[in-house]
Design a protein around this ligand. Sequence first.
Ligand code: ATP
Ligand code: MG
Length: 415
Amino acid sequence: MHDILPEEQKYWRYVLKRAESLAEDYSFERITTPVVESMELFLRSAGAGSDIIEKEIYTFKTKGGDDLALRPEGTASIVRAYLENGMNVRPHPVKLYYHGPMFRHDQPQHGRFRQHFQFGVETIGDASEIIDAELIFLAYKLLNSLGLDNYNVHINSMGDSSCRPAYIRTLKDFYKNRTKKVCAQCRVRFKKNVLRMLDCKEESCKEVSKDAPPIVDFLDEDCKRHFKKVLEVLDEAKIPYIMNPHLVRGLDYYTRTVFEFIPDENSKSQLTVVAGGRYDRLIDLLGGSKTPAAGWAMGLDRIILALKENEISVLEIGLKPKVFLVQLGDAAKRKSLVLFENLRKSGIEVKSSLGRDSIKSQLRIAHRLGVKHTLIFGQKEALEDTIIIREMDTGIQETVLLEKVVDMMKKRLKK
Ligand code: ATP
Ligand code: MG
């Protein structure tokens, strides 16, 4: 788990601002759920044999004896909230977005943290292929608007409960004679959930899985038609994609479309930044009526690593102050509180640094912020109820009455 220091915050603001406004434009509404949930929720959704439950989830017992967990992902919580708050009576689809920290006891490494942040969207209550395509479109647009254009959409269909079992049997046959060539984890996966062997990150396992049969050969008519239509919509929207016959999601509740945004071969890092798909079985799995749904989650830590690796400038629009207030001595500091608030209230974008004492260090900050005007409020001025306006470009200074300064600044800034 890591700290996000002040100088890092601009990256987070840059990404979240764009992500939120894009989601709002597409009629997604923000939802916030607790970071702590009952352990039961994830046992039921992710499933006992999943990586998340087997090795990654943080759990604890409360003094009252409840088994709780830090959420490892967002979707299960959102579906719980959807059901608990009776959102199923709202007009469908219900479109929600969220962001916040997720917790996984994973092996920390580049781009993999024990607390990481995700931004995600979910569309609940619509089975049509347009939804899958819209979600992919949205992730694509978001990456582009952040200045990240080196990602490919990898896409596959995982079928559903009518066609997947036959595929799983074939996959089992395929791996049966190859268990010696895969990692220890995969030998466990072979017994518990063979599909996950396709998702292993070990080189030796990837090598074995290359020859595994593709699931698309096993899709039934409905799943095939759905998949085809998703691809058609993507073609029409000119979203390039790569069919990846071995792409699966780590969680059991996914059905049909699954996708990931993976950097192209020329990129330095090979970290997946967006992962998602359709999960038509999760809502009934958690006690609701059978309701189709789809969504994705974006790993924000990895997005920010990518922004830095690609040296993308994250200029903060609207955060630039126009005026800096310098104050020296106790009397000026005391009066500064009210003056600062008066400037701020009248709509002037002003900054000050009350803690600092020397005029030199305060002017240095003013220069760094690139303000046009600095107000200098010294001991003498505080006694006389005056203040100095300094134009930063020319260095020209003028002493004015304190009670006039707000109006004068308003006029100067209008010019
Ligand atoms: P992986 O296969 O890399 O372990 P995952 O399948 O567990 O990822 P999801 O559960 O789909 O990932 O999470 C969605 C996104 O969140 C991922 O694509 C990734 O960008 C990000 N993410 C997941 N786990 C971590 C982590 N431990 N640290 C940083 N980002 C993460
Ligand atoms: Mg993982």
